[in-house]
Design a binder for this molecule. Structure first.
Ligand code: FAD
Length: 307
């Protein structure tokens, strides 16, 4: 991007890539910054069964790959770098990436998605990549025939436990409440799988081991009792938080931490738009992310006409 681009899109998930297709079709020069880490949440799912146009399940990888090809084919430039600074207080807006390059843009669409919430334990950081993971599809392979523990109670946790049950010998599913938040159909499947053991009203208070995870301490919230269980892996599926770090203090967020947008995806700063999970209060799905990406790109095109 040597000149000032019309639309700089930060994020290469369904929101950002759909925004890129719509921005290009509206005639805007378009650059997508797509950080390989953490990568789109779509990459964490083995099988997507609810994206329109795919009567058979499609892997998150394949769906994203198609979206990338479509965005590149439409003429968007995709740069696989992380935006580490976004200056949104004056126009043209400026972005700096982790390779040290600076880019200028007339409009910016924030589509940075969401990142997994942690349990907040020091030992979680210590064993990251050494038995602690937030992605069963990415790392489940390493636990064939072993014992793993999934922490969480929503759809993501239930989905991770079901996926891991096909690979691991034993799966503990630890949830802090007395009932799961995940959908009824997933709950039924969990209870039907013989090698999944649910541990309710409980939280992981420590992860222990040598070079790798070997055990965890689990505290029962009702009795106050703590016990150790042996486990080779811990998959944290305690939900996601919107990835708003680079816009902190520059854009208005709502009380839940998502970027506040109007129905067109306009943020509190004229010329800056947001789409996908980073701005979605209710339905965090690929299809809603794609739809909001389309809306944000069209709003950006409208905004450029006013300059
Ligand atoms: C385990 C799991 C299973 C799921 N299953 C389904 C399902 O079956 N069906 C469904 O519809 N949805 C599913 N979802 C939800 C769906 O994946 C998300 O709603 C969707 O991916 C959100 O799209 P997005 O574009 O907003 O964000 P993401 O897909 O998270 O993409 C954000 C992108 O922005 C990049 N990024 C972040 N910060 C920066 C930066 N500073 N610079 C550059 N790039 C950056 C990230 O690396 C990533 O590539 C699932 C999610 C999970 C976690």
């Amino acid at each position: 991007m040597n000149e000032i681009t019309d639309a700089a899109i930060i994020g290469g998930g369904p929101a950002g890539l759909t925004a890129a297709v719509y921005a290009r079709r509206a005639g805007l020069s378009t650059t997508v910054f797509s950080s390989p880490e953490p990568g789109s949440q779509l990459l964490k799912t083995e099988s997507i069964e609810n994206y329109p146009g795919f009567p058979e399940p499609v892997s998150g990888y394949d769906l994203l790959d198609n979206m990338q090809k479509q965005a590149s084919g439409a003429g968007a430039e995709i740069i696989e770098e992380t935006v580490i600074e976004a200056e949104l207080k004056k126009t043209p807006f400026s972005l700096k990436t982790d390779s040290g390059k600076n880019f200028m843009a007339r409009t910016v669409i924030i589509a940075t998605g969401a990142v997994p919430r942690s349990l907040g334990l020091d030992s979680e950081k210590k064993f990251a990549g050494k038995g602690v993971s937030s992605c069963a599809v990415c790392d489940g392979f390493f636990f064939r025939g072993k014992t793993v523990t999934v922490a969480g109670g929503g759809d993501t946790a239930l989905g991770e436990a079901l996926y891991l049950a096909k690979i691991a010998a034993k799966v503990y599913l630890v949830h802090r409440r007395n009932e799961f938040r995940g959908t009824e159909s997933l709950q039924k499947r969990i209870h039907a799988v013989a090698n999944i053991e649910t541990i309710m009203n409980s939280v992981i208070t420590e992860i222990d081991g040598g070079k790798k995870v070997e055990s965890i301490a689990i505290k029962n919230n009702v009795t106050g009792e703590t016990r150790m269980i042996k486990t080779d892996g811990v998959f944290i599926a305690a939900g996601q938080r919107p990835a708003t770090g680079i816009v902190a203090g520059q854009l208005q967020l709502d009380s839940t931490g998502i970027i506040s947008v109007d129905a067109q995806g306009r943020t509190s700063v004229p010329g800056v738009f947001a789409a996908g999970d980073v701005a979605e209060p209710v339905c965090r799905q690929a299809v809603t992310a794609a739809a909001s990406g389309a809306r944000a790109a069209l709003a950006a095109a409208d905004y450029l006409k006013t300059l």
